[in-house]
Each structure stands twice: as structure tokens, then as C-alpha cells.
Design a protein around this ligand. Structure first.
Ligand SMILES: *Cc1c(COP(=O)(O)O)cnc(C)c1O
Length: 430
């Protein structure tokens, strides 16, 4: 393939030679890094296929059910495939799970009773979970049902505060919630290995406590999952990594049979549990999405690494930085100025497959204390495994971005973001 042809195409997108040349230089430096990401994807692709083969996934499983959804073999087999991929006894993978927050809510509410306490050894959980637990007052929170909450913060260097954890676990502690990804907080994302060490420590203090991991954004980034290192439940969203960009909705809970069953009684109704829940035509997308998930996650990761190195080399602070190990697909770039953040998001939007003609504007989003700007031109509304970016309009004007169904698209989006930044201020790139 003639490199000039590719260049010509980038120029047609309005990208300057300066940006094109810098990007190709950065990309060349990343070869080893990308090879390592591809090796993880290769392993995970086989892990997924092994589960498909073991469960003899066949055409009959791609069918659908309606109404009560009794005996949906496609749905039930898919759940066994998930259980095999995550090496758990059981799994609940449903279109009726609205989003990641709902999956976590069902896992918590199904397994907690009045008087129980939830303990987080990794600081405050994700924003929406704070409302679910009742750390932030919300109607219907677990706090209203008599479930209390306690936490131990991470130390300032990001490590576990074992003393505080030991002190925080008491007779009422029934469930320990561990968030793998930093989400939009400033702490580091946890490696699966670190999660394993934390779980061992917790289980030594209290062997019968349920260890639940919020696995959002972490699936398939490593060759092992938290369920491989002792987690009793791992929970996540299908419009992030494991849906592979194809799942139009859904969430999963994988873990010990008893805990997954308890969650199912909460998702549908006591006494009904997992027997009900029509798949409404989503089975093919769930299977094919899981099949693609390792490759899609790798594409998103490569995009994040490319962006980190590109922006880092221009002097911006990036988290994680261009060389450190990664345990989720989120990339933060501190842009320092509101007009830079807006330009960055414009670039991501202009490279999108859907709504590339619209210009994102900052708006007053409910629940935020400053305006927020979002760039997303996704096939599945709000899907963050597809290339998307957002950031609050307040110092240090950080763009959080993630996703990219293909590396070529993630790369184009990031090059476009830099192009828009240069158009805003040509001193960005000397
Ligand atoms: C995305 C996410 C969730 C759930 O978010 P939804 O928007 O409800 O899908 C929970 N925890 C973390 C760490 C996340 O990244």
C-alpha cells in the first residue's frame, strides 16, 4: 500500500501535513506496545472461542423469544458462554439490564438485606453508584432499605490502605465492592493482579464476605479477569467492552451461582428469577459482540496509547501516560483551556461515523456543577466502546475519551482532534 494514498485521504479530511507526519512518527515508535496489545487480543479471542466451542453455539441459539421468554436456549447458552469466559459458576446476561449502573444495582440489591453493610476499600465508587448506595441521597437507594456503607480511601500514592481496610470491615460487612477502573476519578485504575491481592487480604479478615468487582471498561484489557483472582461477582455493561460494539443494550453479572441467582430474583421477581426474560432478538448481537470484543477492546486500547503519546509529546499531561501499563480503555488529556477542550471534542465528532456534521456545544447537564461538552457519533446511543469524548468545562479542562471500534477510526479521530486544536491555536504544534 502506497503511503501517499493514505496521506491524500487524510488531507481530504482537512488534516495538515504537520499532523500527519507527527502521527506517523508517533505510531512507528509504538510498534512494540501495539504488538503486546495484539498478543492479549489473540489470547482473549481464543478464550472466547473456546467457550463458544465448549457450549456448541449453533444457529438455533441465534433465535429469539417473546413474552415471558421461557426456555430461550440462545439466552441460556450465552449465559453459560459468559460463565466460561469469566471462569465462574454462573452468569446473568440480559437485555433487561438497562446499563452498567443497573447491573451493579441488581447485584447489590439482590445480595444485601437490611442491617448489612457495603464496604469500598478503594475510595468513593462511580458517581451513579453513589446514588444507588445512598452516599448521595436518592429515592430508592439501598440506604432507604437499611443497608449502610463504609469506605477506606486509597493512600495518596494510589496503594491500598490495609490498616484502614482492616479497621473498616466489621460484623455487618456483607459485601465488599471494588471498582476496577478509575472511571472519571483521578486515582489509578487497578490491575487484576492488584485486585487479587486486595481480595485475598479481605477474605483473610472475613472469609464469607462477598467480593464484587465493578468491571466496567476493564474487560479483555488483560488476559485474566477479576473472577480469576477470587472475585465472587464481576459486573459490567454490554455497551462497553464485552458487547463489542454490537450489543444494543444490556449488562452482565458473572459469579458464584448463589449470588447470581439472588441478583436474578431482584432483576425479575422473587420466585421467578432467571427463568423469565425474553431475548427480543438480541441474541445474535450479544454472541457476535462477545466474539468481537477482544479485537474491539484492543483497537480502543491502541487508540488510547496513540493519543497519550501524541499529546504527551506536545507537552500536555496525559493520564495514563504514554508508557505505563493499562488496565482500562479510558484516556484523559489535560488540555488546560476551555477552547482547547471544545476543539478536541469537535475533532472527535467530525471523525464519527454518525452525526459527523454536527458541532458539540457545552451544556448544563443535570447533576454537574459546570457545563459539560460531549462528542459522540455512535451507532448505539451513548455507547462508550465507540469513540467518544467528554469533559467538564472547568480547570484543568480535561478531555476524557475512550473507545474506537477500529484502530483506524480511533487514530483518525485523535488526529482530527489535534487538527482542530491547531486550528484554534497554531502555537500548539511548533
Ligand atoms: C460506565 C461505568 C459504570 C456504569 O455506568 P452506566 O452508564 O450506567 O453504564 C459503573 N462504573 C464504572 C467504573 C463505569 O465506568
Amino acid at each position: 500500500m502506497n503511503g501517499d494514498l493514505i496521506k491524500k485521504m487524510y488531507r481530504e479530511f482537512g488534516i495538515s501535513d504537520k499532523v500527519i507526519e507527527m502521527s506517523s512518527r508517533i505510531e512507528k515508535e509504538l510498534k512494540e506496545r501495539f504488538d503486546a496489545v495484539d498478543a492479549v487480543a489473540e489470547y482473549n479471542q481464543m478464550k472466547v472461542l473456546k467457550a463458544f466451542r465448549r457450549n456448541q453455539v449453533s444457529e438455533a441459539h441465534l433465535g429469539t423469544s417473546t413474552g415471558y421468554g421461557y426456555n430461550d436456549i440462545g439466552r441460556d447458552t450465552l449465559e453459560q458462554v459468559y460463565a466460561d469466559v469469566f471462569h465462574t459458576e454462573s452468569a446473568l446476561v440480559r437485555a433487561q439490564i438497562t446499563c452498567g449502573t443497573h447491573a451493579l444495582t441488581v447485584a447489590l440489591a439482590g445480595n444485601l438485606r437490611p442491617g448489612d453493610e457495603i464496604f469500598s476499600p478503594v475510595g468513593l465508587p462511580y458517581d451513579t453508584l453513589q446514588g444507588v448506595i445512598g452516599i448521595r441521597k436518592e429515592k430508592g437507594s439501598l440506604a432507604e432499605y437499611g443497608v449502610s456503607y463504609a469506605q477506606a480511601d486509597l493512600k495518596s500514592d494510589g496503594s491500598f490502605d490495609y490498616e484502614a481496610i482492616k479497621a473498616g470491615i466489621n460484623g455487618r460487612t456483607r459485601l465488599v465492592t471494588i471498582q476496577r477502573s478509575k472511571g472519571y476519578a483521578s486515582r489509578p485504575t487497578l490491575s487484576v493482579e492488584a485486585i487479587g491481592e486486595l481480595i485475598s487480604f479481605v477474605k483473610k479478615i472475613k472469609p464469607d464476605v462477598i467480593c464484587m468487582v465493578d468491571n466496567c471498561y476493564g474487560e479483555f484489557v488483560e488476559t485474566i479477569e477479576p473472577s480469576d483472582v477470587g472475585a465472587d461477582m464481576v459486573v459490567g455493561s454490554l455497551i462497553k467492552n464485552p458487547g463489542g460494539g454490537l450489543a444494543p443494550i444490556g449488562g452482565y453479572i458473572c459469579g458464584k451461582k448463589e449470588y447470581v441467582d439472588n441478583a436474578a430474583y431482584r432483576l425479575t421477581a422473587p420466585g421467578l428469577g432467571r427463568e423469565l426474560g425474553a431475548s427480543l432478538g438480541v441474541n445474535p448481537a450479544f454472541y457476535q459482540g462477545l466474539f468481537l470484543a477482544p479485537a474491539v477492546t484492543a483497537a480502543a486500547l491502541k487508540g488510547a496509547i496513540f493519543a497519550a503519546r501524541l499529546y504527551e509529546s506536545l507537552g500536555f499531561k496525559v493520564i495514563p501516560n504514554g508508557t505505563e501499563e493499562r488496565y482500562d480503555i479510558i484516556q484523559a488529556v489535560e488540555l488546560g483551556r476551555p477552547e482547547y477542550l471544545e476543539a478536541f471534542c469537535r475533532g472527535i465528532q467530525y471523525a464519527a461515523p454518525v452525526d459527523s456534521h454536527v458541532t458539540p456545544e457545552p451544556w448544563d447537564m443535570p447533576g454537574y456543577d459546570s457545563k459539560v461538552i460531549m462528542a459522540a457519533g455512535t451507532f448505539v446511543s451513548g455507547a462508550s466502546i465507540e469513540l467518544s469524548a467528554d469533559g467538564p468545562l472547568r480547570a484543568p479542562y480535561t478531555a476524557f475519551f475512550q473507545g474506537g471500534l477500529t484502530y483506524a477510526h480511533a487514530k483518525l479521530g485523535i488526529m482530527m482532534s489535534l487538527q482542530k486544536l491547531c486550528e484554534e491555536d497554531d502555537s500548539v504544534m511548533p
